[in-house]
Design a protein around this ligand. Sequence first.
Ligand code: NDP
Length: 281
Amino acid sequence: MSAKIIDGKKISESLRLSISEAVKNRKEGTRAPGLAVIIVGNNPASRIYVNNKKKACEMCGFYSVEYALDENAEEKELLELIERLNKDEKIDGILCQLPLPKQIDENKVIDAIAPEKDVDGFSPVNTGNLLSGKPCFAPCTPAGVVEMLKYEGIEIAGKHCVIVGRSNIVGKPAALLMLRENATVTVCHSRTKNLAEEVRRADIVIAAIGKAGFITADMIKEGAVVVDVGINRLENGKVTGDVDFDAVREKASYITPVPGGVGPMTITMLMKNTLESYNRK
Ligand code: NDP
């Protein structure tokens, strides 16, 4: 068997098109959804992410505004900016690109964003609502994973989903989202015993580890669905996922590639959350 490749780029394009249609068809004379993106310092990866987010905003017809703060910016300056944006009626979503320079406490910054504008879904209110099954903005990467599975018509309810990784931005929220979809969920991490055995029992594997080629074909049950969240840059500059793609592809029924899988979905879910925030008003 050779798995069907889940094309995250294609799914993203189709979702962005429907978002831009919704924005175009808004009530005449009303403002477009607005996203504020804050970047602090000169991290090259952060710059690429922020530029991609701005491009996505343009594609979707959103109003977007960028605030670039100096590498040495004080925490107070950033918190005051967020306070202003919390009150800004043109802004539906506020995103502060992480990581932040060390003089700034990331938790304080995340806490400062009004929950109704926290389109990244990292604030304690959204995290709590996700845990208790209430409406919330879910973190974009795991939300993108669920969206891809649904787009492909892959059944989740009753399936055994094994997630490798338990970070606050991917693994843990992925577990909660898959539970919400009625999967039976196992979460593995660096202290898991017999990890290969756990993964072999999965109907759906979500790999979010950050180690190139960590998930090998012998860990995969014949016909399993394999979602690769990992982004690893190899010494030769190539970007690869956490899954040994070529070998796993021969056993899985569906697989996401890296690049072109989960990556493009993350920004699209940010657009979706921003539109939802706008629609709630
Ligand atoms: P973290 O480093 O925060 O978490 C990695 C997780 O993997 C941890 O829970 C860790 O376990 C677990 N892990 C590490 N080594 C092992 C091991 N040998 N065996 C079992 N588990 C292990 O990473 P993130 O969750 O932030 O990101 C994961 C990957 O996803 C990265 O490659 C990242 O670049 C990518 N990513 C991709 C995004 C996208 O848009 N596609 C967005 C965000 C991340 P423990 O908790 O025990 O330490």
